[in-house]
Design a binder for this molecule. Structure first.
Ligand code: HPA
Ligand code: ZN
Length: 334
């Protein structure tokens, strides 16, 4: 079996995916026509040519611009449904999906429109594709902690629909401790806690997320590798890291896929996973992330299987479901 076949056959969970980052130019063009909105880009090629970033902020500017096209419940359904079909084709069996409500409510799209559209597609994904899903409410860290509390209040009617909360957007200058009270409240409410940290920010940000806030999962976490004592804590606690190799490459977090920390993290015994982040912008869904990473780093078959197994272990699924998926990983590995 080639590694490509192995990757295709392995059941996988995707744990770091921003649904707004799966907005493909083709769907953008369709929604621009449906909602009668003028697009800055007139052709698909023009739109794709804009996808050349040198840092996180340059990506975020385009990411928020693209979202202007999402207006109706149907739009959010179509976006989510398109992602689920692609994920299912890559043998993703479970997804834990971020969405950024503040990016939509700030431009007048009601929270319920966004959430109900996404939820309708997730329900359909489970029924028609057999892909299970959890939704993660993400706070924008360039906004204030008060804005985060306001979102928590606004979303009250839907709290049973979210497994947890996340923190994304511009990392530098917006450390985890800016959101200490908000995260304490979310913890007390029973939400799982995720946080982007160490994508561009220093190891200190990962320490704050892990030690001061007590998150359940670190999104990205690349720069942890600069801090040996932090690596030891990540190993001892088996705190999952949701790495996104093609995102790291696109946003110049790494210069070359050969510099991806995934292999070193596997060899250090960390609970690392491979994910796509914003697949429409970064050149690939989860299968391509596994393939390109395995190729660049020369991962062994056993290491690829470990990544698939980790994806379920690191999920928020109940233990019984994790065990069932892990058995399916072993069966596919042969
Ligand atoms: N980092 C921070 N914010 C984001 C990202 C990311 O990788 N993707 C979407 N919002
Ligand atoms: Zn992300």
């Amino acid at each position: 079996m080639t590694q490509r076949d192995l990757i295709e056959r392995l059941p996988k969970a995707e744990l770091h995916l921003h649904i707004e980052g799966s907005f493909e130019p083709e769907l953008m063009m369709q929604l621009a026509a449906r909602n009668r909105i003028d697009l800055r880009f007139k052709t698909l090629d023009e739109a794709k040519a804009a996808y050349d970033f040198s840092n996180l902020q340059e990506f975020l500017d385009l990411y928020y611009e693209g979202m202007q096209l999402l207006r109706t419940e149907e739009d959010f359904h179509d976006l989510t449904w398109a992602y689920l079909q692609r994920a299912a084709a890559d043998n993703v069996r479970h997804v834990e999906m971020f969405f950024d409500p503040q990016a939509h409510t700030a431009r007048g799209v009601p929270f319920g429109v966004v959430t109900e559209g996404i939820l309708a597609a997730l329900k359909r994904g489970e029924k028609e594709l057999g892909v299970t899903s959890y939704l993660i409410l993400s706070f924008l860290r360039h906004l204030s902690e008060e804005d985060g509390f306001a979102l928590l209040k606004e979303s009250e009617g839907w709290h049973d629909k979210f497994v947890g909360v996340g923190l994304d957007s511009s990392e530098m200058g917006h450390p985890p401790l800016k959101f200490e009270r908000l995260y304490k409240r979310c913890r007390d409410m029973g939400f799982k806690l995720c946080m982007h940290a160490g994508e561009e920010g220093p190891p200190q940000y990962v320490r704050e997320a892990l030690i001061d806030i007590g998150v359940d999962r670190i999104d990205h976490g690349n720069r942890s590798m600069e801090d040996p004592a932090l690596i030891q804590i990540l190993k001892d606690t088996q705190t999952p890291l949701t790495n996104c190799p093609l995102s790291n490459l696109s946003l110049c977090v790494i210069k070359d896929l050969k510099d991806s920390p995934v292999k070193a993290q596997l060899e250090a015994g960390l609970m690392v996973t491979v994910n796509s982040d914003d697949p429409a912008y970064f050149g690939g869904y989860i299968g391509r992330n596994y393939e390109k990473t395995a190729e660049a780093l020369g991962l062994s078959d056993a290491q690829i299987v470990t990544l698939a197994r980790n994806s379920f272990t690191a999920s928020f699924l109940p233990e019984a479901a994790k065990a069932k998926h892990s058995a399916a990983v072993d069966a596919a590995a042969g």
